[in-house]
Design a protein around this ligand. Structure first.
Ligand SMILES: Cc1cc2nc3c(=O)[nH]c(=O)nc-3n(C[C@H](O)[C@H](O)[C@H](O)COP(=O)(O)OP(=O)(O)OC[C@H]3O[C@@H](n4cnc5c(N)ncnc54)[C@H](O)[C@@H]3O)c2cc1C
Length: 389
């Protein structure tokens, strides 16, 4: 939106470059992919080849070594263009676990190939049907047998399995009953997905509201080489948590991109659509929800950049990352509601793309972390209120 309230920022060159690439994939491309429930192969390939998904990988491993602020601008611009970064954001942040906790040999093996796009590490398998958000109760087990681990159990909602070569898998290596602290005894592994599908892992796609490739996974004596364990056995939950601040901040940026897309669309439409002899945007009943959504997106943006600045300075940023995700998901949802409302009936027509983006942005209230769990984090960890679980 070319308004005084949204002047060019210090990332303008980066924004322009990502926008130029995204502009090659117009609304009609994303609309058709959505209608066909297909995967945006060409779009993700173009982002990969341009190096945008390797933004956070240090230069020594072939990435561009950018900060979280720049990475978040890339995600924002993808969603702002009308696309959905959910098709590829895993490739940007899943590798953080390897980078922080992998051995030198693992980093040398995986990171350059992930940076070049030769290997896709798009998937992270945490959620299970019976444990839900209470991750410490996962039932998938990995038992060491010589130089291998034997995995049994089930995961649900594991995204991009069919468009990834590798998955980071969280499994219990010590039973819950045998650990002092419930967050101990879980470990993370690199799983070669194509090998796993040949023996021990079954994939069942889940049809869902968004065009988002996500799956149920069943493990029956899946064998993983012991070398694929990342970091120390038993510390996997902590390693996953370490990666969440970057993930939450990047998702916040995607919501901000969505929010800006909705506000641009509805502002233009409300200025042009004439009913009762004047543009509908002349009515304050139409203006105010749009203005409110705009204010909320801008406020969320400040918290996003605060989280990025702390993360990039290696300072604690759990509070800011969570609050940014909360504010941005709420703001994009309010912008989505204003956008669909003031498009009237046309908001429901596929050709306007509003209903597609509306469905896509709704997901952020639930995944990758639900808003209630963020409120609970703020209440208990920041305000010191008694723990509820
Ligand atoms: C499209 C999609 C893609 C996904 N991709 C992945 C993926 O790639 N990898 C992965 O591991 N997971 C993935 N997920 C899972 C996602 O992270 C979870 O769905 C999400 O964290 C919520 O967990 P749940 O569905 O088990 O809900 P539950 O934990 O069953 O919770 C249900 C509802 O109850 C609320 N609730 C639960 N406990 C409390 C409480 N104590 N106080 C207040 N409210 C509470 C929650 O906020 C939520 O709204 C994906 C999910 C979807 C829908």
């Amino acid at each position: 939106m070319k308004t005084q309230a949204s002047p060019p920022d210090v990332y303008q060159d980066l924004r322009d470059a990502v926008r130029a690439l995204c502009a090659q994939f117009p609304d009609s491309y994303h609309r058709q992919i959505d209608a066909e429930r297909a995967y945006p192969e060409a779009f993700v390939d173009a982002l990969t080849k341009a190096g945008w998904l390797a933004a956070l990988i240090p230069a020594e491993y072939g990435g561009s070594g950018l900060g979280l602020a720049e990475a978040s601008v890339i995600m924002e611009e993808i969603n702002r263009s009308g696309a959905n970064a959910g098709a590829c954001h895993g490739q940007m942040y899943n590798m953080g676990t390897l980078l922080r906790h992998g051995s030198d040999a693992q980093k040398q093996l995986y990171l350059p190939k992930i940076a070049s796009g030769q290997w896709r590490l798009q998937s992270m398998g945490v959620t299970e049907p019976t444990s839900g958000t209470d991750t410490t109760r996962i039932r998938t087990t990995a038992v060491k047998r010589g130089d291998r681990y034997l995995v049994n159990g089930q995961k649900v909602w594991i995204s991009r399995i069919q468009h990834s070569d590798w998955m980071i898998l969280l499994a219990r290596t010590t039973a819950l009953a045998e650990v002092k602290n419930k967050t101990e005894g879980m470990s993370i592994f690199m799983v070669d997905l194509r090998e796993a599908e040949k023996s021990g892992m079954t994939v069942r796609p889940i049809a869902n509201m968004v065009n988002h490739e996500t799956n149920e996974l069943f493990f029956e004596n899946l064998e993983i080489p012991a070398d694929n364990l990342i970091g120390q056995e038993g510390q996997g939950f902590r390693y996953i948590l370490d990666g969440l601040n970057a993930e939450r901040t990047l998702i916040a940026a995607e919501c901000i991109g969505d929010g800006r897309w909705f506000i641009e669309r509805v502002t233009k439409y409300a200025s042009e659509r004439v009913v009762f002899g004047r543009p509908i945007g002349q009515n304050q009943g139409v203006q105010f929800p749009i203005a409110e959504a705009y204010i909320e997106v801008e406020a969320a943006d400040l918290m996003r950049f605060k989280a990025c600045a702390l993360f990039d300075a290696h300072e604690p940023c759990g509070a800011e990352a969570n609050m940014a995700k909360y504010l941005a998901a709420k703001a994009s949802w309010e912008a989505a509601n204003a956008c669909i409302q003031f498009h009237g009936g046309f908001g429901f027509a596929h050709e306007y793309d509003v209903e597609r983006k509306f469905r896509e942005t709704r997901l952020y209230q639930v995944a990758p972390i639900s808003t209630n769990l963020i409120l609970s984090y703020v209440a208990e960890h920041l305000l010191g209120l008694p723990r509820s679980f």
